[in-house]
Design a protein around this ligand. Sequence first.
Ligand SMILES: *Cc1c(COP(=O)(O)O)cnc(C)c1O
Length: 413
Amino acid sequence: MLGSRGGAGQSRLAARERTGQLVQTQGTQRALGEVTRNLNSWIEVDFGAAQANVRALKGALGPVELIAVVKANAYGAGAAVLAPELEGAGVDRFAVVWPHEGYMLRQVGVTRPILVLGHAFPADATQAVRAGLTLTCHSRELGDAVSEAAGMAGVTAKVHVKVDTGLHRFGLELDTAVALAEYLRGLPHVEVEGLTTHMANADEADDSFAETQHKVFREAAARLPWIPYRHTANSATALRRGELHYSGVRVGLAIHGILPPNTPGPVLKPVLALRARVARVTEVAPGEGVSYGLTWRPSRPSRVALIPVGYADGWRRNLGNEGDVLVRGARCPMAGRVCMDQFLVDVTDAPGDVGEGEVATLLGSDGAEAITAADVAERAGTIAWDVIASLQGRLPRLYHRAGEVEQIAPPLW
Ligand SMILES: *Cc1c(COP(=O)(O)O)cnc(C)c1O
């Protein structure tokens, strides 16, 4: 129960209410089954699983800082609620991609260092300094603006410098990065705290390009030995290449309990589940068609259940006729195209008589069966990151611990 956490919890809650991020708190905890009684579809975020994953990753990775990457609304899990929980679980730092994602974390009471991995403008400097964000500095103009803002605020602002070691996305080529770092070092109110890069093939079977990138990074580090904090690794690199750990590892996906492809790791627990309640069950005769375009036509008398989740909720349209859903612990194939708000599944072979209101599991476990983000990604021709980060929009997120709901966002009406 949020209210029982006392001081810090209360002020965080107030902040979140101010920012419109949240929150319906309950006088008492309520079980998931009760809260979802009249919900068509929802995301469950398991606080206990997130905490267990932080502990398991810290144990597996050893003495390196754990930087929790909570960009893109914590990959769909809701950063305003999950980040404070992760902070409580002992992550050392946070990373986001855009400055405004960092401001939101401060508004909900996050106190650990927040690193902005992506591009920022000189016009962001004042607010970023005020919020104590650590920007990745890619230009002298940005460095000048940060130094000036920090001088006005009477502080020294930390920045990181990113070397493009071969991904060709963000960061500066080696010589330019070294020159910029030396320039920033000369500014009066800036401290160059970090040196970073990002790997291109971290989760591929052959990730040997990391060695090529590492050579460039090592050279940057040798030329900038005075920069104390170095970081290069995402989840896959952190778990596969200990030599790339350096000071901190930037872990996103694994915190959600999902291991990247080709990546061994500790036992993790899925943080997110996606469930819905069957809205209607209907009979379909052989030869009749189901959903737009009538692309699913059974050859036997069939029963199809209407699932109130659609591509507008992030359930990808190309899962039509491809994916599965769990109903009564049985794997039921999707029947026909995914619509904006709903789709159908063939429940003919599910045990018993499936009826309105029964829970369908799109992501997560039901009895002995489970559907993982990796399963869905494979069916949809995409990656697990995309599957969970696409779950946004109108789906309410229910934050629970062992099935007892603690917070809900956005508020239910
Ligand atoms: C998203 C991102 C990460 C986290 O990646 P995961 O594979 O989810 O762990 C790390 N570093 C950078 C620069 C990123 O953009």
